[in-house]
Ligand binder design. Structure first.
Ligand code: UDP
Ligand code: MN
Length: 471
């Protein structure tokens, strides 16, 4: 037909996915798509890809939830348009801007299918995306499943397949991040890259969940506004309360990742995002919430509001501790399972503090005036003998000279330090040398030097520091 069309080369993975067998009787699903001021083209691309690439017998309906959009075309025009679609599709409206969490809850209320599938409003489902998700829920209804989220360019809108070797994690600031799947999880899957991948957290926009289970496990935290944090809240809740969270590598859905939000955050981005994150920290993190609060004054000042209902839910569902989660689900986490200290590291002689100076991977660690505000001056001294700040670890490959900050690898080596709480030295295990104050030549750079137990080699780490939230 069209000789100019590029022949799509099937990857080995795609071929193995295609050969998989799924149970003949899968549950039906309703697709819930929430949006605020979404573009017509991206919204329709999402809807048509669902219609074209989902088996009709499995697709109950498509529910569009308009979160108080201000664009005319998303009004009557959209309703008239969806009335012509070959799959039952309807539009619900929040009337007042509610944020994605409460908008999704409104959509979920109207779901007639057995499974709820949430999608963002700027996605493209690919051939065969749905069956592997539903099949997994049939096997265990407490499994919440996500597709691999491919990348739709926000400039050209071309479709780019994402890596199947990443999973979801988070940093001390409670930002969701993609990280490389560790060998441990590869081995659990017998190195089969098409097998479901147990992920510590999910990105949040795209997933399927058994409808009854969605409510059993506490749906969403209605105290969260606009955007952010709900994905981590749900991830911790699923794992800690007896569920399973997986990425299904045979299911691919593209998503337009954007640099910045195209819509407003009433009251300010920081205020809303910090409020949501504080709710996650207060309800699910136990003592590890200290890591979150240590990172910024903003985080400590933001109000979580009333979280008593969510804490009650945690008790009622007999959910496990965050320690259990770190031990069993996410031992590779940047929040260390066991640590001796979290706080500033102060030199006895100069009274200055170790400071990342906002620098990046591979750059030198600094020292500066101790400001006591956390952030760049907060370090954890861990049981694995790392000195870490979020994803950075103090790392020395030279016996003398500056010390670098390198991505923590959890393998000892150049990142292993012994703090002697009696003589107050910080000794680098591999070189046997000690961390020493900066000199006048370069007053912001501490050095590694042969240990002489002078005052300039003494550093203060007290007991575990408690960072208090304002509320
Ligand atoms: N959204 C919404 N109300 C809001 C904010 C977001 O309905 O107040 C919708 C948004 O249109 C999108 C989904 O929620 O369909 C997820 O938001 P977004 O895509 O901005 O998040 P990201 O993918 O960038 O994390
Ligand atoms: Mn999105």
């Amino acid at each position: 037909m069209d000789g100019g069309v590029k022949q799509h080369k099937m990857t080995n993975m795609a071929m193995r996915c295609k050969r998989k067998f799924y149970p003949p009787k899968l549950p039906t699903t309703s697709i819930v798509i929430v949006f605020h001021n979404e573009a017509w083209t991206t919204l329709l691309r999402t809807v048509w890809s669902v219609i074209n690439r989902s088996p009709r017998t499995l697709l109950k309906e498509i529910i569009l939830v308009d979160d108080a959009s201000e664009r005319d075309y998303l009004g009557k025009k959209l309703e008239n348009y969806v009335a012509t679609l070959p799959v039952k599709t309807f539009v619900l409206r929040t009337e007042k801007r509610s944020g994605l969490i409460r908008a999704r809850l409104l959509g979920a209320k109207h779901v007639a299918g057995e499974v709820i599938t949430f999608l963002d409003a700027h996605c493209e489902c690919t051939e065969g995306w749905l069956e592997p998700l539903l099949a997994r829920i049939v096997q265990n209804r407490r499994t919440v499943v996500c597709p691999i989220i491919d990348v739709i360019s926000d400039e050209t809108f071309e479709y780019v397949t994402a890596s199947d070797q990443t999973w979801g994690g988070f940093n001390w600031k409670l930002n969701f991040r993609w990280y490389r799947v560790p060998q441990r999880e590869m081995e659990r899957r017998n190195n089969d890259r098409t097998a479901p991948l147990r992920t510590p957290t999910m990105a949040g926009g795209l997933f399927s969940i058994d409808k009854k289970y969605f409510y059993e496990i506490g749906s969403y935290d209605e105290g969260m506004d606009i955007w952010g944090g709900e994905n981590l809240e749900m991830s911790f809740r699923i794992w800690q309360c007896g569920g399973i969270l997986e990425i299904i590598p045979c299911s691919h859905v593209g998503h337009v990742f954007r640099d910045k939000s195209p819509y407003t955050f009433p009251g300010g981005v920081a205020k809303i995002v910090l409020h949501n994150a504080a709710r996650v920290a207060e309800v699910w993190l136990d003592e590890w919430r200290d890591f979150y609060y240590a990172m910024s004054t903003g985080a400590r000042k933001a109000s979580a509001g009333d979280v008593s209902e969510r804490k009650d839910l945690r008790t009622r569902l007999k959910c496990k501790s965050f320690r259990w989660y770190l031990e069993n689900i996410y031992p590779e986490s940047l929040m260390p399972l066991d640590y001796y200290y979290l706080g500033e590291i102060r030199n006895s002689e100069t009274q200055t503090c170790l400071d990342t100076m906002g620098r990046k991977y591979g750059e030198k660690i600094g020292v500066s005036y101790c400001h006591g505000l956390g952030g760049n001056q907060v370090f954890a001294y861990t049981k694995r003998q790392q000195i870490m700040s979020d994803d950075l670890c103090l790392d020395a490959s030279n016996a003398n000279g500056p010390v670098n900050m390198v991505r923590c690898h959890n393998m000892g080596g150049n990142q292993e330090w012994v703090y002697d709480s009696d003589d107050k030295t910080i000794k680098h295990v591999n070189t046997g040398n000690c961390l020493q104050r900066s000199t006048r030549d370069d007053p912001t750079t501490p050095l590694l030097k042969p240990c002489d137990y002078s005052k300039g080699q003494k550093w203060l780490m007290q007991t575990k520091f408690k960072w208090q939230a304002a509320h």
